[in-house]
Ligand binder design. Structure first.
Ligand code: F6P
Length: 550
């Protein structure tokens, strides 16, 4: 793996630098479309379940050519093959990275027997829970997932995305924060007898999750909820710790499943309970279809690779530090939060795989809100702010929204879907085309009545620079299969940029220091108002501790 040079030492990197100076810095999308009206056909990419329009990006054929060379020189394909084969590519933890094996049909990936054994057991349990929800004297009504980070964001995002497929008799809650307000607000909505708690933690040591699980157990026992084993299950790779907690039913997974890549494992139990076994298998199948595309398509037609390469182009050549995600489907409202962890925890690194400091930027800030909400919050900055922030629009052609109530309601909802799509398209268009000062002046040739500024000054405020790039990701419908493909696409895209940057995308040492210091500060907070700090802390923290202990 190390026979490949670091990206900044490759010929392609130098070629890209020259290409950027000659054509990239001043690249203008409007001129590019005028020169080549077939950009949409040229830069549209098909992959399983997904079509992506890259044509509104600051790239031309030469850019993609040099980027593909960069991928080859950096050994992205070799690293990808090593990942699929189960090599220990997470080198700082000495672990394989095999979340792809979790969604591969039996017998076709490493560790298949273990994977499918747990999958079958988990799906059997999920179906049994759905039966318990359907009837009996004391039916289950609430599923409470207690987990954080990858043990929360993936299942939470997917359950929301697939709400149309979910069992309507069950309410799903996701408790993550160590702040007791989080779990307290959920416990107030249910009773012990009608609740199933899923304690989801790969390590079963995460402070927030264990604290919430202890609170849930105390509440459950105080409420006389019945046998713990009927109401608490765990998804974890630390079966012993779960047993010490008092949980006898555990669905395991392995150290080669990273937390942020774990929704395909036992961590996906809430999803399986929500949608049932067959749709869960469809989710896996969609992801597997994307895996096969990633594993076999040539770089120039490989969608995850192309997205990851454009990310590198923006981050390292244009110098953009952020990317905004705008899913135009309300079910995908938690996708930006999920992607934030996926990308920033994976690629927010400052040294290469050999521990040498990097001389180039890595993970952008990834953030966003569902459209159209974001339009009325921060799109102002995207259109007219001083920074260029590439935007990723996710559009879903067909809506599943239904509310009963007959034809009028159906027509109204259908119209809302058309409005939603028109809004997404319009934002991408406005970012690209902008509006010149002359156009702004022509539209409002007179000053605003009652305003002290003249028409030309007003036109300056109403000018949009345009040439702001965006990518449009298109799904036909949001189904378990298409969601699986979409998430796998995002995972492999992050893999690609991480491989180019030569970093370990599968560790997360950056979360450790805060955890250690938190553990040291807790006793100082608990020591009482007059206690002398047992150990030296910096003056700012000491001052804040004094105020908090008052
Ligand atoms: O925040 C660090 C982290 O380790 C994430 O990578 C992970 O998803 C999360 O904590 C939860 O970890 P666990 O599943 O072990 O409780």
């Amino acid at each position: 793996m190390n026979r490949f040079p670091r990206c900044d030492a490759t010929a392609a990197w130098a070629a890209l630098r020259g290409h950027f100076e000659a054509h990239g810095r001043e690249f203008d999308l409007r001129e590019a479309f005028a020169r080549d009206p077939s950009r949409f056909e040229r830069f549209g990419v098909e992959a399983p379940e997904v079509f992506v329009d890259l044509s509104k990006n600051l790239v031309d054929a030469a850019t993609l050519h040099f980027l593909a060379d960069l991928a080859r020189e950096c050994g992205v394909e070799a690293l990808r093959d090593a990942m699929f084969a189960g090599a220990a590519i997470n080198n700082t933890e000495g672990r394989a990275v095999l979340h792809t094996a979790l969604r591969t049909p039996p017998g076709k990936a490493p560790l298949s027997a273990e994977v499918h054994g747990v999958l079958d057991a988990m799906l059997g349990f999920a179906e049994a829970v759905r039966v318990r929800a359907a009837g009996g004297e004391r039916p289950l009504r609430h599923i409470v997932n207690i987990g954080i980070g990858g043990s929360d964001l993936g299942p939470q995002m997917a359950v929301a995305a697939l709400a149309q497929y979910a069992d309507p008799q069950l309410a799903f809650h996701f408790v993550s924060n160590v702040d007791g307000h989080d779990i307290a607000s959920v416990l107030r909505q249910t009773t012990p007898a009608e609740t199933l708690f899923i304690v989801a933690s790969k390590t079963f040591t995460t402070q927030e999750t264990i604290a919430n699980a202890e609170t849930a157990k105390a509440w459950f026992l105080a409420g006389g909820g019945g046998p713990i084993e009927d109401h608490f299950v765990a998804a974890t790779s630390n079966v012993d710790a779960a047993a010490r907690f008092g949980i006898s039913r555990t669905f395991g997974f392995w150290d080669w499943v990273g937390g942020r890549y774990s929704l395909w494992s036992a961590i996906g139990l809430p999803i399986a309970i929500a949608i049932g076994a067959d749709p869960f298998r469809a989710l896996l199948a969609g992801a597997h279809a994307m895996d096969e595309h990633f594993a076999s398509a040539p770089v120039e037609k490989n969608l995850p690779m192309l997205l990851g390469l454009v990310d590198v182009w923006y981050r390292n050549f244009h110098g953009f530090t952020s990317r905004s995600v705008a899913p135009y489907h309300h079910g995908l409202k938690r996708l930006p939060a999920f992607l934030q962890q996926l990308e920033m925890e994976s690629n927010g690194k400052r040294v290469d795989r050999d521990g040498h400091a990097l001389t180039y930027g890595t993970s952008p800030v990834v953030w966003g809100e569902p459209g159209t909400n974001g339009q009325h919050a921060y799109f102002q900055m995207l259109h007219q702010g001083t920074d260029t922030i590439p935007v990723e629009f996710i559009l879903v052609r067909e809506s599943d929204a239904s509310a009963g109530g007959g034809t009028d309601v159906r027509d109204a909802l259908a119209r809302q879907q058309r409005m939603l799509l028109a809004n997404g398209l319009a934002q991408a268009q406005a970012l690209m085309l902008g509006r010149s000062a002359a156009e702004a002046l022509a539209e409002h040739p007179a000053a605003v009545a009652g305003s002290s500024i003249d028409a030309a000054t007003l036109a300056a405020h109403r000018t949009f620079p345009g040439n702001r790039p965006s990518t449009t990701v298109l799904l036909d419908r949001l189904t378990p299969r298409s969601l699986g493909a979409l998430i796998a696409l995002c995972e492999h895209r992050v893999f690609t940029s991480g491989a180019i940057w030569g970093i370990d995308s599968f560790d997360q040492w950056g979360v450790e220091l805060g955890k250690e210091l938190g553990a040291r500060l807790l006793p100082l907070l608990e020591a009482g108002a007059n206690a002398t700090a047992a150990e030296a802390v910096d003056p700012s923290t000491a001052g804040l501790l004094r105020k908090l202990r008052r």
